[in-house]
Design a protein around this ligand. Sequence first.
Ligand code: PHE
Length: 342
Amino acid sequence: MLDQLNGLEKTALDELHSLASMEALEAWRLAYLGRKGSLTSVLRSLGKLPPEQRPAAGRETNRVKLALEQAYGEQAAALKREQTLRQLSQEQIDVTLPGRPVEPGYLHVSTQTLCEIYAIFAAMGFQVVETPEVETDNNNFQLLNIPPYHPARDMWSTFHTTREGVLLRTHTSPGQIRVMRQYCPEPIRVILPGKCYRYEQVTARHESMFYQVEGLAVGRHVTMGDLKGVLTHFARQMFGANRKVRFRCSYFPFTEPSAEMDMDCIICGGKGCRVCEHTGWLEILGSGMVHPQVLKNGGYDPAVYSGFAFGMGPERIAMLKHGIEHIRYFFANDLRFLQQFA
Ligand code: PHE
């Protein structure tokens, strides 16, 4: 028994010192010290010895067990150290490699155009107010003089929600009602920017989602002259001091009278070209004096107060300014397009 133990100790230690990997080390541990290992089976067989031999054999077995465990610990530490040294010399991090640059972001061309519009109107005392994109039929249509049966609804094909009377706004004009009801009887000078939605075919100038910037001024003695002055100033700030504008009769149910503002074509200078369809003029926005009924719906007495309103599409403005041919580019997220405005 004792000879067997000493033989086992010697072979185990010889083997241990020749091990070169952590995997081999683990295999060794299982073979000698594991639950099914050789030393464990020696321990188990102690019971079969005659009683007078057991104490000595027990002591010897324990000594060998401790010796093997200690040797195992030392070998494990040595191997671990070796492995670390090997890794340190082989796996290098090249700190001189250039990093991956993080490109700074920039504003979308629609946002840039909006900011230019805000700045021009801010200088004239208009403040920016945002109003909801999901609107009631009442605000989007009825309070703007467009009852359900009104043929003017054909001008705004609409995305309806599953909730009766709730829709995606087709223009920013419902914001007029909201602002008037909030500020009445104070005078108002606001612009209302935001997204609008129309269920219609996408063409070069029409998308199913687009931005609008609405303007509204309400007060005592606000006249058509104010409307023309403000919008002419806007066009010249945006497109150049020499721009010519004209106001053309138009129709909107919520303004009376209504007018469309045209600007001389910036491509041909008014001579006539494809962009202006050979008229020499480009349509920029819709406008008019706030209809007395709409003023009333907003809480203002039309005998005392008057106002003007206008609505324009900033994508349209950006298209003219930058010579962009199709409105689809704005929301297609093609970096080749967007990065031109970085
Ligand atoms: N809401 C109108 C449109 O979407 C534009 C407009 C706004 C016209 C304000 C007059 C006054 O076509």
